[in-house]
Design a protein around this ligand. Structure first.
Ligand SMILES: [Zn+2]
Length: 755
């Protein structure tokens, strides 16, 4: 046995040998592995003191392994070439991930789908009146950052995937963010966008939503640009002097209506296997009808400074040094786009660590590997963290560890298009996932700074808190949790007060759209989360999201990449091994009640009293029933569990004959009776599924979850079916939706009855 101090010294020596200090990794990195002891709950939720004794040893060993220098090495390899989905650069990254998983002893496989992707052949934008100015210029090379010198012409163009081809010259109207309320204001001002090119700034909404809104308003085309107000100089120093976007960076991306249904546009709702039926492209509902092109702030300025017409309404002025005007006729722009849509192979890289007790149960870790250029933050930081988590898990396997449930690593392709790789896989294995998937732990980008940020279904927050208490925040040496709890004021959507903690409530977001958890949560009812270390990041989807940016600004020393590996792996180990699944649905019930209360603002008073109030009451019953289950988990954690749950002769879960069970599961004593753990776990897994409705949300049947769906902005929409009916003033539909929600709450309540 070693003391903590001597272990730290050994680790320091080991780290010196592996990484070398010449790379400038701060000395304190070696202690990152040691958990901040004072803050750790003795036994995490889901374990008993007996079962955690073995688990704790494996967790301690696991936390020692992730290494910042290795994360740096992975990131360098992953970002060597641009790797847009379906291109040779993408295939190269796929092979690299496969080889690393293989080296870890994880038996990976490459799963191919054939899906509709989109690429640019020619992008030309020119101001033609009142002066001729060439726009759509490439992003300039940054001296000292060789990666910004792009050889592939496709990478130099500003483009948005799935935009139709076009050749048109039209007057320009500035439409602020291009959201519905912006167009309503323009209408009041008597400014028409019909048959014009609208110029919208990025942010406050996803580009697909902006395109759909412009299409609905009769615009002929849309230019989106990166106003410095959002991601440029007003926020701080710009690249290469700081992390924010320089004036000539532009934001690529897909322009597609995947908030209606994600995945391959030609196979909505079914998997794009080689023999799959495919829609003719003209029948694909999620493809945009009008062309879109993104411009840098510098290029957009050429248009904006010449726009005439009235000055913009309050709040529409961006950060360029000019007076923003609405335009209308005098300024004309020529847009010539030649795009190519083609059905092409994409490749998910999958690895499984088979469970030895409940092999059919799946704990899924998800990340994607395709990027718009190098994607050092988005998504390669997450891929680097996943590779390091995989290596650490592989090392545990070599040392004799076997998880109780199966751990699945899913490294998805074409996320940047329509969340394509994960959606096709989630559609192909929908039955299996609905029956057996325990949780989806998604990390897209893992690191653009130091601020731990999580969006999750509420039931997962206690498990995330416990994992964050056990992982050290590299910069402060305190726990990730401590720092997280200090962020409560900013950007929090919801917050959770941790019982017994002096640190105050932690903020958490809700899951809407925009990453690979969607098919798991919103289509298959699998509890999901998405986490990242966030920070100042103004180069999203531009060429400057590269290795040098990360090394200088995002995560110098790469310790937050390693911290994410620890958090992610720890959560995986706990969900894979817990006797009882660490899910707290009493928090969930309280949340749903709060969303229902919030409908008072949009529902007629009588409807609220007669129809919504009873649903809130039902949430109270649900909360009460779920609190009893949580109390059982608490009792299990402290070893004071009531007699019926005591096993006479030990053993965790349903033992399977013929399966070699490794050391951590040979509990000498304690443990729930197998039947009791199985039944309670089945009840906990039934909760998220209870919230699905097979018919889905009106108009969006792919989205089956009645509590969470994405808005066109990608933000989370709570109670989507009911809310949209009320917003439309359609009380008949609202009553139907309320009845569906009531049935869902009844199912959730019934699943917990008797505990
Ligand atoms: Zn991403």
């Amino acid at each position: 046995m070693r003391t903590r101090a001597s272990l730290a010294v050994l680790l320091l020596l080991a780290a010196c040998q592996v990484s070398g200090w010449s790379r400038g990794i701060p000395r304190r990195a070696a202690t990152d592995a040691a958990p901040p002891a004072a803050e750790i709950s003795a036994v995490p939720l889901g374990f008993s003191p007996e079962s955690y004794a073995a688990q704790a040893r494996w967790e301690k060993r696991f936390l020692e392994i992730p290494d910042a220098a290795r994360c740096e090495k992975y990131l360098r390899r992953l970002t060597r070439q641009p790797h847009v989905a379906g291109t040779p650069g993408d295939r190269r990254v796929v092979q690299y991930i496969y080889d690393e998983f293989k080296r870890d002893g994880l038996n990976p496989e490459i799963v191919e789908y054939r899906v509709l992707l989109s690429y640019p052949k020619q992008v030309a934008v020119e101001l033609v009146e009142p002066a001729r100015v060439k726009l759509a210029n490439p992003e300039p090379v940054i001296p000292g950052d060789q990666d910004t010198r792009l050889s592939d012409p496709m990478m130099q163009m500003p483009w948005t995937a799935y935009s139709p081809s076009a050749d048109l010259t039209r007057p320009v109207v500035y439409v602020n963010y291009g959201n519905a309320e912006d167009y309503e204001q323009l209408e009041k001002l008597g400014v028409s966008v019909k048959n014009k090119i609208v110029l919208a700034r990025y942010f406050h909404g996803y580009r697909g939503g902006k395109s759909l809104e412009a299409e609905r308003r009769g615009a002929a085309g849309i230019i989106v640009f990166s106003d410095p107000a959002e991601d440029g100089a007003p926020r701080g120093k710009t690249y290469p002097d700081g992390p924010w976007g320089p004036p000539r960076h532009f934001q690529r991306g897909a322009v597609v209506y995947d908030f209606l249904v994600p995945g391959d546009p030609l196979t909505p709702g079914w998997p794009s296997t080689s023999t799959a039926r495919r829609l003719p492209p003209e029948d694909a509902k999620i493809l945009p009808k009008i062309p879109m092109v993104p411009l840098s702030a510098a290029d957009a300025e050429e248009i904006l400074k010449r726009l005439d017409g009235p000055e913009v309404p309050k709040g529409w002025q961006g950060a360029l040094a000019l007076t923003y005007r609405l335009g209308g006729d005098a300024v004309k722009v020529h847009v010539a786009l030649q795009m190519e849509n083609r059905v092409t192979p994409i490749w998910n890289v999958m690895a499984r660590i088979p469970g030895c007790v409940e092999p059919e149960k799946l704990v899924i870790l998800g990340n994607h590997h395709d990027a718009w250029v190098y994607g050092a933050v988005d998504p390669a930081s997450g891929t680097a963290s996943m590779l390091e988590t995989a290596r650490a898990l592989g090392q545990l396997l070599k040392e004799g560890f076997r998880p109780r449930r199966t751990i699945v690593l899913g490294n998805w392709d074409a996320e940047e298009y329509t969340l394509t790789g994960s959606t096709e896989w989630g559609e192909q294995f929908a039955d299996d996932l609905r029956q057996h998937a325990v949780v989806c732990l998604n990390v897209d980008a893992s690191t653009s700074g130091q601020d731990f940020t999580v969006a999750a279904v509420p039931a997962l927050i206690p498990a995330v808190v416990e994992a964050a208490q056990a992982v050290r925040d590299p910069a402060t040496g305190r726990s990730v949790y401590q720092r997280w709890a200090e962020r409560r004021a900013e950007r929090s959507v919801r917050s959770y007060a941790v019982p017994g903690s002096a640190a105050g409530p932690v903020p958490f977001g809700l899951l809407g759209g925009g990453s690979d958890y969607m098919v798991f949560l919103q289509h298959n009812g699998v509890p999901a989360l998405d986490m990242v270390f966030d920070g100042p990041y103004g180069v999203y989807h531009s060429v400057y999201d590269d290795f040098a940016w990360m090394e200088r600004f995002g995560d110098p020393g790469f310790r937050y990449h390693a911290a994410m590996s620890r958090l992610w792996g720890l959560l995986a180990l706990r969900f894979a091994n817990a006797d009882l699944l660490p899910l707290d649905y009493s928090i969930y019930a309280r949340e749903v009640a709060a969303y229902l209360e919030g409908l008072e603002k949009i529902a007629p008073a009588s409807f609220f009293t007669d129809t919504i109030r009873p649903l809130i009451e039902k949430c109270r019953d649900w909360q009460e029933a779920a609190a009893k289950v949580t109390a059982t988990l608490e009792a299990w954690r402290t070893g004071t569990v009531a007699a019926p749950f005591r096993a006479p002769n030990g053993g965790l879960g349903a033992w399977r004959t013929g399966i070699e069970v490794a050391a951590p599961f040979r509990a000498p004593n304690g443990g729930l009776k197998p039947a009791a753990t199985d039944a309670l776990n089945a009840a906990l897994m039934a909760e998220e599924r209870a919230l699905l409705d097979d018919e889905g949300i009106p108009g969006r049947p792919w989205f089956r979850h009645l509590v969470y769906a994405p808005l066109a902005s990608y933000e989370a929409e709570t109670l989507p079916g009911l809310r949209e009916a009320l917003e439309a003033g359609d009380l008949d539909r609202a009553r139907q939706q309320a009845a569906r929600l009531r049935a869902a709450l009844d199912r959730a309540l019934a699943a917990l009855a008797g505990y």
